[in-house]
Design a protein around this ligand. Sequence first.
Ligand SMILES: [Zn+2]
Length: 502
Amino acid sequence: MGKLAAAVSALVVLVGCVVGAALIWGGDGATLGSPIDPSGSASSSGSSSSSPSPDRSPADEPAYDAALSKPVEDSYYPAHGDPGVDTLHYGLDLTWQPGPQTLSGTATIALRAAASADRLRLALLDALTVSRVVIDGESTKWTQRHDRLQVLEPMKAGSRHVLEVTYAGKPAPVPAPTTRSDFSTTGMEITDDGEIWTMQEPFGAYTWYPVNDQPADKALYDFTIRVPRPMVGVANGELRSRRVVDGQTVTSWHLGHPAASYLTTIAVGDFVQTKDESPSGVPLSYWTHRGDARALAALRVTPRIMAWNERHLGRYPFDSLGILIVDSQSGMETQSMITLGDTDYTRSPEVIEHELTHQWYGDLVTPTDWRDVWMNEGLTMFVQGAYEADRDGVGIDTVMDRWAVSEPAMRAESGPPGAYDKGEFGEGNIYYGPALMWNELRHRLGDTAFWSMVRAWPTVHADGNATRRQYLDWVEKRTGLELTSFFDDWLMGRRTPPRHAG
Ligand SMILES: [Zn+2]
């Protein structure tokens, strides 16, 4: 998630994910099978699908194999995902109408049944009324209540299907399980100007599309967004086409690496795109509101931060990076299109650096279970501390010593980082304690071995998920150290373990 908005001294405020906006999906159905088309012709074509052959479903498209997951029931927020479903690709064809504040559209979802079941379940906000469901080219029955869409078709374990869901309504964010100061809801937000944006950690994608809304199920995405000019729709990945049709701006976006649903983003507004490039050649683009010179100036630091990050973390893992400025108080590491609030803090170099580090830690490799969000935030916070130390010409321990002052209070208030209180998602405890933990390990290993380990881990499960056990076992094997009690004390202890560094 976003991050902590570190205030001045040691007191920290979290900047995290955020709230939603409202979108309307409209448009015709996306055809499965083509969305991955590298030509970028994305997913719009006709309404329903594809003539299913008895042997081969469009969901069998080999390119979708990259998105095969092993979903599990989330131990923290089990109501928001279904381990029986492994979504592979979402083709989202959406229309936003600012006047009536209606989002309408069709979601074309390629999926694999991970278990046999008498029906298929996805999350979808009740306010988004479903008008049609088609599975493998045939209309089918469904029910919609309690923010859950149930498609009444039996599923056989291992079978692949293409589901098309047509829906419309006024999106709204939902309460987030947190007490953070920078956000209290999650999902899609509608601004007073009729613009929309989203931040949705740990769940909330279901406020704008039907989704298996849990981190363990990654999928590929294509978006087609239709909005009235001069508005433009922005989403994850690469902008494949932009055109004007009947007074509407129509953009198509392609996300070619699998992403968890909390890492998707969409925004509609009077945005202007500014292109840039990192020293290593990564295409960069900044999406800021027309005339927002302050935001654009702040983002100009991105190539330098990318160079710093690539020196420390290895090559940037995706094909392009965008940064999108929205009307939020928070910041979110949405995959290859970072979403930032328009505040001095959320546009600051340390927040940009933080969300960029998440592209390796959180996005490329993602925790299987929300209990382990510390796997994202601890290392990312440590790296942010290293960046700040470098920038300010001080040692990393100087930054860690400062952060250590308030860590015990955060741990006392929200629980141990590895067993946080479920209603306190994304609080300081999951950031600062694990950051201090990694710094302790750095002292034991030395900088060279430590940073080498930091660079290696995201590549081990690239484009996938990992559990706490997998992570910690890997660290022990890599370092040759016996770290069971070390990790246990730092992650599960009610009190901050003694620090030897500093
Ligand atoms: Zn973060």
